[in-house]
Design a protein around this ligand. Structure first.
Ligand SMILES: Cc1cc2nc3c(=O)[nH]c(=O)nc-3n(C[C@H](O)[C@H](O)[C@H](O)COP(=O)(O)OP(=O)(O)OC[C@H]3O[C@@H](n4cnc5c(N)ncnc54)[C@H](O)[C@@H]3O)c2cc1C
Length: 422
């Protein structure tokens, strides 16, 4: 058998290595975001000619999320689409928008798709290979009334536009949660003239990702720019009056006024449509999401997962889920090569960035909050720091230090003693 057809076509005349166009159902991707479009594009550039179908719940063609908390909120840029409209027809990619996958039957190789406007309208779509790239949904604040005007989370373009539409009329904002998105939203709201408090139960912003030592430098950056940083304190209540937010109550019972409250307390992998499919999810302690091997294969045959929703096992057998742009792009390339049977793609050094105020914060490698941190440069604003574990360099983090961060890449490819970079 050539490997391109189902078992009953074993007598086909395909040459080895050839990708065949026939009546195949091709690749169906659940989710039409960054991972989906990168996968589809890589399949086509690698000679895949069978059908490719992207099914997306949002009404928009695949778009880029990083600008949502930055240029879109700042009102500078509204063009976030990842490909021009003609790309889909030119590449023979069937883009189905406003359609939500509600169930998967790996035994029959089908998915059930519901019309987003009319969930009772369902259709069954067949696949040869299925790729799950459904991303995340923001974690809601426990007990908050979702319907309160002025209360926001930020994941989608619609979320960003809804938040942006309230900025001009706002005086005070509270951002709950100082992860990357919370820090960026705080910086953008401040730049738009709103007074901002950033509330975080951990000792510093970004502590969970970068540890408290670098978190202190990020705290300084926010305070110096005029953010009221309230670290090491939680929010006990979001206060609403007559259907709109008016403030938040902190754990110490003090109250901050707010006409905008943005909740940025993490996100949940979107996996509800897997119920009853038999596809395994990873344990919450390992980051949750869809459990995959080191190439994105799930527990079901011919079903892959990638991007923010996917929890890939690394070479040491440890499950890991990341919520970063480059990570998604890289996984899409690996899965595409699995599908077309091309050369294996070597995982790159993990990388992510965040834009806050006029600084680009960049992280290369895999820092853990418990790693040893070595601050190599700090001029009161820009900084550069290396991370090590057991004497081996694990990551570099910089703010306003693009060249120095990128120069460290080669040293992160193979184990490098920390003394060699200090
Ligand atoms: C505000 C914001 C700022 C960010 N900034 C940065 C940054 O500065 N640097 C960085 O490295 N990363 C950043 N990221 C992260 C980056 O955008 C993500 O890692 C990336 O978008 C993940 O791509 P994905 O394809 O996995 O998911 P997504 O891009 O979220 O796409 C998933 C799609 O699947 C759809 N979907 C979900 N369920 C279904 C279903 N059942 N049926 C059909 N469709 C479904 C969703 O509607 C969504 O459109 C940011 C993210 C956000 C939200």
């Amino acid at each position: 058998m050539c490997g391109h057809h189902a078992a009953e076509d074993a007598g086909c005349n395909c040459e080895e290595g050839m990708v065949v166009t026939d009546t195949s159902a091709g690749v169906v991707v659940v989710g039409a975001g960054l991972g989906a479009i990168r996968l589809a594009e890589t399949l086509r550039t690698n000679g895949y000619t069978d059908p490719i179908t992207l099914i997306g719940a949002e009404p928009y063609a695949p778009y880029d999320r990083p600008p949502l908390s930055k240029s879109v909120l700042l009102g500078k840029d509204d063009r976030v689409e990842l490909k021009p409209a003609e790309f889909y027809a030119d590449s023979n990619i069937d883009l189905q928008l406003g359609r939500r996958v509600v169930a998967i039957a790996p035994g029959e190789r089908t998915v059930t798709v519901a019309d987003a406007g009319d969930p009772a309208q369902t259709e069954t779509v067949a696949y040869d290979t299925l790729v799950l790239a459904t991303g995340l949904s923001p974690r809601p604040f426990p007990g908050a009334d979702d319907a309160l005007v002025g209360l926001h989370t930020l994941r989608t373009y619609d979320d960003a536009v809804a938040l942006r539409s309230e900025i001009d009329a706002a005086t005070d904002a509270v951002v709950i949660g100082a992860g990357f998105i919370g820090c960026e939203v705080a910086a953008s709201l401040l730049a738009r003239g709103v007074k901002v408090s950033l509330v975080e139960p951990a000792p510093t912003p970004l502590a969970a990702a970068l540890g408290t030592e670098i978190g202190k430098l990020v705290t300084r950056l926010h305070i110096d720019n005029g953010i009221d940083v309230r670290a090491a304190t939680g929010v006990s209540e979001i206060i609403g009056t007559d259907g709109r937010v008016t403030g938040v109550r902190l754990d110490d019972d003090s109250r901050l006024p707010a006409d905008i409250v943005v909740v940025g307390i993490g996100s949940i992998p979107v996996t509800d449509y897997l119920d009853g499919s038999g596809i395994d999810c990873a344990a919450r302690a390992e980051g949750g999401g869809i459990a995959c091997d080191a190439y994105g294969r799930t527990s079901a045959e011919s079903v892959y997962a990638l991007g923010d929703v996917a929890n890939w096992r690394d070479a040491d057998g440890v499950g890991h889920r990341a919520e970063h742009w480059n990570h998604t792009v890289e996984q899409a390339a690996i899965v595409a090569h699995q599908i077309v049977g091309g050369d294996a793609v070597t995982p790159a050094v993990p990388y992510f960035w965040s834009d806050q105020f006029d600084l680009k914060i960049q992280v290369l490698g895999s820092p853990r909050p418990t790693d040893d941190v070595h601050i190599a440069a700090d001029d009161g604003k820009k900084f550069l720091a290396y991370y090590s574990r057991d004497g081996i360099l694990t990551a570099v983090a910089g703010a306003g230090k693009v060249g120095a961060v990128m120069k460290t890449r080669a040293k992160l490819v193979t184990p490098t003693p920390i003394d060699e970079v200090l």
